[in-house]
Structures are given as structure tokens and as C-alpha cells.
Write a protein that binds this ligand. Structure first.
Ligand code: FMN
Length: 383
């Protein structure tokens, strides 16, 4: 199975299964000298872990991160960073009936077709527990971005057709983590929570929309032509399980607009060139333009539902039905928030390294090249 590694210069490889011994990540290409400790990783994993509220899966996992390598005296050494999280609450008994009956909407059938062998306990590699490695890697990427004044925010804007009202950046910062659905509009959060409870009582699930924003990204980040920043972001976000659509800026709305409506006019303010609107979502020609980078993802309703569904018995080759047991998220958007942030962070760090805006070797140590000298060198000013 290939495809477990993401990134070019700042690379993560995630490994492990939902009901295996452990999961984790190896991060390759982290600059030396970055202050890093287990609590930095744990903070993000705590936001991802299951069992946080009655609108997420009841599986109880501490998801304790152990830093195995790449850090000495509290700082990264430039060597690969390995992080492991042990599975503690895997209950495989409820998955026995999935041995021969693929769950509609999940990856069971396609994994079976491709590999002929499948870890049916909790979805194995296709389980959302794989995202532990992404979030741990993203925690490191976020620390790097913070050194460059870049912040990533994410919030749920829609669940089961209930839409949040337009919110400001301070409202996203202030409100999102205060309710179990991670919605920055408190009134909509109450309705969304009720919607999820209604889906649970109907033995069903609901999807939604999540918005992820990068603030403080300077103009000039992104590697044309095939590796355009928007293309990499779309691929990264789409690689998260259950994501069926990605929009950048106004996204699909652009199809029904005129150029005069969609274009973001330019203007000089305080001696700086700025855009007067941000319909492009902060990216033009695959390169950041200095405005906030705004992406939205459409998240499908959780495939594992306890309502009866038609499926097949692949051993007996006959039609059958299934009522899925086990522990599942009734709605994925609230849980996807830290994962989407991680993917955005990973893309930005990798693209900034590739563009020379982050020095991949002498990052933050004593011998780090001062940022201004790096910029001079990158712009060809230093021969
Ligand atoms: C954070 C997160 C939590 C998820 N929770 C569940 C879950 O509890 N049950 C489930 O069946 N699928 C869950 N999924 C979705 C499946 O992982 C996903 O639908 C499956 O791997 C098939 O991939 P696809 O939907 O991208 O085609 C979750 C996904 C994410 C990202």
C-alpha cells in the first residue's frame, strides 16, 4: 500500500490501524532548533480525540502522544521526529459481522477489491484514527508557522442543512471551541447539536461544511504549475476521509458571477498593495496574494449507521442487510476541524520550504539564517 506519505520537503508518513497496537507519524524534514515537547502535540490530539461529547463517538481513548525521536533538550535536532499513540479502548467484537459484509459508504468494499485482505476491525487503515498521525504532524507544522506569524483557524459552518450566520475572525477565535459542534455562531450551534441528536435517535447520521482559514500568509507562497497552492490544498483536504468537496474562496459560486463581480480589485493602502475583496480565497495563479487563505470542505454523513441498509455477503455471494453496531461519530464535521487545520498547516510549511521562505535545514537554531537575509537570497539580491 503506497500513499501513506505526504509532502515534498516537509514530509509526514502516517502508520497504524484503528484496532492495531498503535498509530503514529514520522515527520521528515523538520528544521533544527524548533522548541518542541509532548504537550505541544498533546494539545492538538486532545482536540481530535474521540469521546469528547455526546455528539461524537463514545470510544474512550486518551490518545497519549509519546515523542520517540528527533528532539533533544526540548528542541528539534533536524532528525526524523517519530510520535506514537497506543490504542487503549479498541473493542473489535462488534466488527466480527463486518468480516464478510462491507459497510455501504465506507472503504470496506474497495479495500477488499484492491488488496484481497482487509482489517475489518474498525476499518483498519481507512479508519479516522489514521488522522492521529496527521494531527500530530500538523502540530509541528503549526509551531513552525507560528514562528512566521501564520495562524490557522477552522470552524463548522453547516450541519444537516443548519447554517451558521456569517462570523468574524474574532468570533471564530472566541466561540468555536466553546460548543461540542465547533460552530462560531452560538445559536446555530444549539440547533446543530439538536439536529445531531435527532439523527442519532433515527439511527442515522448527518454531514456538513467546515471552513479552514490561514491568516498572516505573506504574498508569494505557492509553487506553480502542477503544485499550485490551491491544488495542493484541495488534494490535502480531499485526502481526509469523508470529504467529498473542496472550495477555495467563493468556490462554486464563481460559476454564476461576472468578472466584474468576482475579481478582487487592487488598491494601495498605507503604501501596501491590497485586494479590496477576497473572492479568490487568497490565491491567484497558485500563489498566495497576502489575503487570508479560505477553504471550505463538504463532509459527507458518517457511513456507519445503525439503520438497516442493503449490502452483500462477499463470501456467500448473496444479498443481505446490515445494522452497524460499534461506536461511531453521528456527525463528522466537529471532529474534522483539527484534522483540516493540520492538513492546511502541512501544505503551507512544505510550500514555504520549497519556495525558500522557510530554511529547511538551519531553521531555528543558533546558525539559523536571519529571515531578512533569506529573503534577500531568495530574491536574487545576494550573489
Ligand atoms: C475525524 C473523522 C471521523 C470519522 N468518524 C467515522 C465514524 O465514526 N464512522 C464511520 O463509519 N466513518 C467515520 N469517518 C469517515 C470514514 O473514515 C470514511 O468515510 C471512510 O474512510 C471512507 O472514505 P471516504 O468517505 O473518503 O470515501 C470519519 C472520518 C473522519 C475524518
Amino acid at each position: 500500500m503506497s500513499g501513506n506519505t505526504f509532502g515534498t520537503l516537509f514530509r509526514i508518513t502516517t502508520w497504524g490501524e484503528s484496532h492495531g497496537t498503535a498509530l503514529g507519524v514520522t515527520i521528515d524534514g523538520c528544521p533544527a532548533g524548533l522548541l518542541l515537547s509532548e504537550p505541544d502535540i498533546q494539545k492538538e490530539l486532545d482536540r481530535r480525540r474521540p469521546g469528547q461529547s455526546d455528539v461524537t463517538t463514545p470510544r474512550k481513548e486518551e490518545d497519549r502522544a509519546e515523542l520517540l525521536s528527533g528532539v533533544f533538550s526540548g528542541k528539534t535536532t533536524g532528525a526524523p521526529i517519530s510520535i506514537i499513540v497506543k490504542n487503549k479502548d479498541a473493542d473489535s467484537s462488534k466488527y466480527e459481522e463486518l468480516r464478510n459484509t462491507p459497510r455501504p459508504g465506507h472503504a470496506d468494499f474497495t479495500y477488499e477489491q484492491k488488496y484481497g485482505i482487509r482489517d475489518y476491525r474498525g476499518g483498519g487503515r481507512s479508519s479516522a484514527r489514521e488522522t492521529i498521525g496527521r494531527v500530530a504532524g500538523g502540530a509541528v507544522a503549526k509551531k513552525i508557522l507560528a514562528q512566521h506569524g501564520i495562524e490557522i483557524l477552522c470552524h463548522v459552518t453547516e450541519i444537516g442543512g443548519i447554517r451558521a450566520k456569517q462570523v468574524s475572525i474574532p468570533q471564530i477565535r472566541e466561540n468555536t471551541e466553546k460548543n461540542p459542534v465547533r460552530c462560531a455562531d452560538p445559536d446555530a450551534a444549539v440547533e446543530m447539536t439538536a439536529m445531531i441528536h435527532a439523527a442519532i435517535s433515527e439511527k442515522d447520521s448527518v454531514g456538513g461544511i467546515v471552513e479552514v482559514i490561514a491568516l498572516g500568509v505573506p504574498a508569494g507562497i505557492g509553487e506553480p504549475v502542477f503544485d499550485k497552492l490551491d491544488a495542493e490544498l484541495a488534494g490535502a483536504l480531499m485526502s481526509i476521509g469523508a470529504v467529498k468537496g473542496v472550495e477555495i474562496g467563493l468556490g462554486f459560486k464563481c460559476a454564476n458571477m461576472k468578472g466584474s463581480q468576482f475579481n478582487d480589485p487592487l488598491s494601495i493602502r498605507d503604501g501596501k498593495i491590497t485586494a479590496l475583496s477576497n473572492n479568490a480565497g487568497g490565491i491567484l495563479g497558485g500563489i498566495s496574494n497576502g489575503e487570508p487563505i479560505v477553504c471550505r470542505i463538504a463532509v459527507k454523513p458518517t457511513p456507519s449507521i445503525s439503520k438497516e441498509q442493503h449490502t452483500v455477503d462477499i463470501k456467500e455471494m448473496k444479498n443481505t442487510t446490515i445494522n452497524i453496531k460499534g461506536r461511531h461519530d453521528p456527525s463528522i464535521p466537529p471532529r474534522i476541524v483539527p484534522v483540516a487545520e493540520a492538513m492546511m498547516a502541512l501544505v503551507l510549511v512544505d510550500q514555504m520550504m520549497r519556495g525558500g521562505q522557510i530554511n529547511p535545514i538551519l531553521g531555528y537554531g543558533r546558525r539559523a539564517i536571519p529571515q531578512r537575509a533569506l529573503q534577500r537570497r531568495n530574491s536574487g539580491g545576494e550573489k
